[in-house]
Design a protein around this ligand. Structure first.
Ligand code: FAD
Ligand code: NAD
Length: 472
């Protein structure tokens, strides 16, 4: 009863966990004529994360950077099942996945287990809080769409509360102090976007308050953006200085309280700073389901950063599981660029595996035909066997090779930074032209024409009318 999963018994079943960068790139690339394909994810859409910080301040509307997974699935040559559910456990020995409908509305059936021949494990990562008190329940994150919407709601609430008649001066200063934690690209981009909101919109609508908004960026390491070249780090720090964003390096967040943040300063003293909100961009950690899966291979899956894979992205210890993206620990940074190249690579791997399976099936058929064949037929079969064996030998799985296209980040004030590989070297550039390059690079990377039109339209609307200040 109900929705049937694609289940052609002559084809192998690939179950994909996730609908993010890795999974979506695989879905785009894979030839479904050869497989039964099932996609399971608690989000029935793909989220274009590079533009998420723009949603947090209303430069873009949330819908513009989402792509429903079914839109991509329906263009495949055979039925692809998209299931909105969260995978709860993977049994790599019986080759099954158990998943559950975790949404608000549930039917009588909300949990089930299905078998797979291959599992593509692409569940990403969650936010690393290091167990620091108050982070999980008091700070805003910048990982999911709901985080960006929540940040926008809270920031606007801080402003409206500061504008409440008779609000005390010290309370206004507290409410208008935003602390961003993490000087990685996420923290930098969020700080830049909040600054733009302040400059472009708050100054006109709340002139009495705008000058009092303070943004502090807290980073434990000696500098922000360690993955960018030195000159771009300096450029970002000087742009932030001009934008009056305080960059506190060698400073660690020790606790997030309701109305303040506790910091360990470079001289190791502990100070408490009143603030209206804390945005936490402290990095990634593996999801519980990933830790549980790894724990089933205690001798080979020991890297705390994530799943160890071989050169073909197979999980070490579990041949039938391919793991890609942020849930893995490889020599590459956990980026969309890596995850999408890995997804596309797996599309090609599955095409090769299908070829291999078809040749092997053909060989079995030929071998079964031998006992009932006449002598002359046997000679034909022997030459056909030889030809199939030759073709089979040519099916090679090449190892995954990552091709770095460069690093880009938006730093606010219509400026971006870019480290781009060029010839055997690197070009490091920052400024308004790089910002235009950043915009064109991301708009062309969006997966559909629909998203490109929506994003371009939002940029235009924001330029002409400013951002929407209403709070929902
Ligand atoms: P994700 O894209 O996170 O996808 C994981 C998927 O798994 C999601 O669909 C999720 O719903 C699903 N899932 C979660 N749990 C389960 C479960 N139990 N069962 C089934 N499915 C599950 N990288 C860049 O290269 N360039 C950038 O400019 C850039 N900007 C970024 C900006 C922000 C704000 C953030 C947060 C990240 C940015 N990144 C960028 C990093 C990039 O987004 C990640 O590296 C990328 O998303 C990793 O892809 P993934 O497929 O591994 O995971
Ligand atoms: P990150 O791991 O790059 O940075 C997190 C930062 O938080 C670190 O520098 C860490 O030192 C700091 N931190 C952690 N705990 C702290 C504490 N208690 N106090 C002070 N500082 C603390 O995380 P991210 O910025 O979310 O990026 C995650 C991944 O996504 C990276 O691979 C990044 O390259 C990628 N990404 C790329 C882009 C882009 O290319 N534009 C944008 C966003 C994210």
């Amino acid at each position: 009863p109900g929705t049937q999963l694609p289940s052609d018994p002559s084809k192998k079943t690939i179950v994909v966990l996730g609908s993010g960068w890795g999974a979506t790139s695989l879905l785009k690339t894979i030839d479904t004529t050869e497989y039964n394909l099932v996609i399971i994810s608690p989000k029935n859409y793909f989220l274009f994360t590079p533009l998420l910080p723009s949603v947090a301040v209303g430069t873009l509307s949330p819908r513009s950077i989402l792509q429903p997974t079914r839109y991509l699935a329906r263009h495949k040559s055979r039925q692809v099942s998209v299931i909105e559910a969260e995978a709860k456990s993977v049994d790599p020995f019986t080759k099954t996945v158990t998943f559950e409908d975790d949404s608000e509305i549930k039917g009588n059936t909300s949990q089930t287990t299905i078998p797979y021949d291959y599992l593509v494990y692409a569940v990403g990562a969650e936010v690393q809080t290091f167990g620091i008190p108050g982070v999980q329940d008091k700070a805003c994150f910048m990982k999911e769409l709901a985080d960006a919407e929540e940040l926008q709601r809270r920031f606007k609430d801080c402003i409206e509360t500061a504008a409440f008649p008779g609000q005390q001066e010290s309370e206004i200063d507290r409410l208008l102090h935003v602390v961003v934690v993490g000087g990685g690209p996420t923290g930098i981009e969020v700080s830049g976007e909040i600054h733009d909101f302040l400059e472009d919109d708050l100054k006109s609508w709340y002139p009495e308050l705008a000058g009092r908004v303070r943004i502090s960026l807290v980073e434990a390491l000696p500098s922000v953006l360690p993955m960018f070249s030195k000159q771009l780090i300096e450029y970002t720090e000087s742009t932030f200085k001009e934008s009056k964003i305080d960059v506190l390096t060698k400073t660690m967040v020790k606790e997030v309280k309701d109305n303040s943040v506790v910091l360990q300063m470079p001289d190791k003293t502990i100070k408490e700073f009143p603030c209206g909100m804390v945005v936490w961009a402290g990095g990634n950690k593996g999801r519980k389901i990933t830790q549980d899966l790894m724990a089933q291979f205690p001798s080979v899956q020991t890297n705390r950063r994530g799943i160890t894979v071989d050169h073909h992205l197979r999980m070490v210890g579990a041949e039938s599981i391919f793991a890609i993206g942020d849930c893995t620990s490889t020599s590459y940074a956990p980026t969309a660029q890596v995850a999408s190249q890995q997804g596309a690579y797996l599309g090609r791997v599955f095409a090769q595996l299908a070829k291999k399976d078809n040749f092997e099936k053909k060989l079995i058929e030929l071998q079964q035909a031998v006992p009932v064949a006449s002598e002359s037929e046997q000679a034909n079969i022997a030459s056909e066997v030889e030809s199939v064996q030759n073709q089979l030998a040519k099916v090679k799985l090449r190892p995954f090779h990552y091709s770095h296209q460069g690093s880009l980040a938006y730093i606010g004030s219509d400026k971006a930074i870019a480290d781009l590989p060029f010839a055997n070297g690197n070009i490091a550039t920052g400024g308004v032209m790089t910002f235009l390059f950043w915009r064109s690079a991301y708009i062309s990377t969006l997966f559909s024409l629909r998203n490109r039109v929506l994003v371009a339209n939002d940029w235009l609307i924001t330029k002409i009318f400013g951002r929407d200040l209403s709070r929902d």
